[in-house]
Write a protein that binds this ligand. Sequence first.
Ligand code: DQA
Length: 145
Amino acid sequence: KPIFILNGPNLNLLGKRQPEIYGHDTLEDVERNCAALAGELGFEMRLFQSNFEGGIVELIHQAREEACAIIINPGAYTHTSVAILDALNTFDGPVMECHISNVHKRESFRHHSYVSLRADGVMAGFGVQGYELCVRRVCTLLGGK
Ligand code: DQA
């Protein structure tokens, strides 16, 4: 089963959106780098993005059937969405929460995460490299190379 990397609102604009905060790499770059790394570690990876809260909930439901692990950057829904937390609580495998920016260095409304109540690990402030570090972590947890 593949690792699912789920991305929330505005992350389709990664690379163009506030590059001083989120950098110049695009979501396609993230997808390519993570697929290559997952492959080296003996796993498959699929990356998705939705600007809709319910879209992310449905991707988590899909992951219940199809994924071995979830890496999720819920964007702003991190700080608001009980629905995404509830969906993640129905998933049995490893869950990593990934933020490109260091949310703790930013506005106080970004300091609280509903998703952290379920996440097995939280990445923040490592730029887009954080996604690759999450891939390494889930592969370790799943007993890969
Ligand atoms: C983010 C941080 C969130 O606070 C913000 O709303 C995002 C991106 C990050 O990757 O740093 O959209 O999750």
